[in-house]
Design a protein around this ligand. Structure first.
Ligand code: SF4
Length: 297
């Protein structure tokens, strides 16, 4: 992480290197990637020491060039047909009841990798009482690709809106704000019982009003869960940090989000889209079931 001196609220306990190497050994043994490592997530120590991780499928080279992201960009690797089985094995060996899967964006594949997501989800769901959350790319808005993922019946579909529309050209130039909202809305229309989730980073130059506007847009798209965290540049070559948002401001957004009708919101400097995902889902579950019940009436 390169941002000069970090404010005190980023202070974290050091993690036992043995724990890190045990997890590393397991992942290497099964030729699996995690977004935790590839995106240089600041919470990696805490999550690995709790025996959890967010698996990165479809290789670790992305076809897009988001200026905030540490993931390698360039020529992606061929799809690994054994990946779904390896992922199931890792989840089983880690004893995971809640599994989070994400991917790089594969604009080079006809379905953007949707079929690989579906294979992984189905295998995990067939394996037993496992809750599956997928953090998906936008599949360039392809309804067929979205239907393929929805059809595999993950319990949670997450798609990050990342930042405010004004900053898209400099932060995620190949993405489209309206397309990302449309994706979340489409999932909810196709399958109302699937929980939808999205995430925002702060500190890229957005204003308070722009953040609130995005939160309303997400509610308009019937998004259930929201995560809000502080952007930390992975290196001096990445998008500079405009501001370290104080924890009190994150807490205000959390309260505001609940008032807007999100079933649950996690908002704090170190929050990331799949950080403590099982906890957020569990906290929201009863409210979500009530909402689905009311809609069904
Ligand atoms: S699409 Fe995702 S993985 Fe690719 S550069 Fe953007 S944020 Fe990183």
């Amino acid at each position: 992480m390169s941002q000069g001196r970090l404010p005190p609220w980023f202070k974290q306990k050091l993690v036992d290197p043995k724990i890190m190497s045990t997890m590393q050994g397991l992942l290497d043994g099964l030729k699996l990637n995690t977004i935790c490592q590839n995106a240089l997530c600041p919470n990696i120590g805490r999550c690995f020491s709790q025996g959890t991780a967010t698996f990165l499928i479809l290789g670790n080279v992305c076809t897009r060039h988001c200026s905030f992201c540490a993931v390698k960009k360039g020529c992606p690797v061929p799809v690994d047909e054994d990946e779904p089985q390896h992922l199931l094995e890792a989840a089983t060996r880690l004893g995971l009841g809640y599994v989070v899967i994400t991917s790089v964006t594969r604009d080079d594949l006809p379905d953007g990798g949707a079929s690989q997501f579906a294979k992984v989800i189905k295998l995990l769901r067939q394996s037993g009482d496992v809750t599956v959350e997928v953090l998906i790319p936008d599949f360039r808005g392809s309804p067929d690709a979205i239907k393929t993922v929805v059809g595999a019946r993950p319990q949670v579909i997450n798609h990050n809106i990342e930042t405010v529309p004004r900053l898209y050209p400099e932060v995620r130039p190949e993405a489209d704000y309206a397309r990302s909202l449309e994706l979340l809305f489409m999932v909810k229309n196709l399958s109302p019982e699937i929980v939808t989730k999205s995430g925002l980073m702060l500190g890229l130059g957005e204003t308070r009003d722009e953040v609130i506007e995005v939160m309303y847009d997400l509610r308009e798209a019937d998004c259930d869960l929201l995560t809000i965290g502080q952007y930390l540049p992975p290196s001096p070559r990445h998008h500079p940090v405009a501001r370290f948002v104080p924890p009190e401001e994150f807490a205000e957004y959390e309260d505001m989000g609940r008032e807007m009708g999100f079933a649950e919101v996690a908002s704090a400097p170190l929050v990331r889209s799949s950080f403590q995902a099982a906890t957020l889902y569990a906290k929201a579950k009863s409210r979500l079931e009530q909402a689905i019940h009311l809609k069904a009436k």
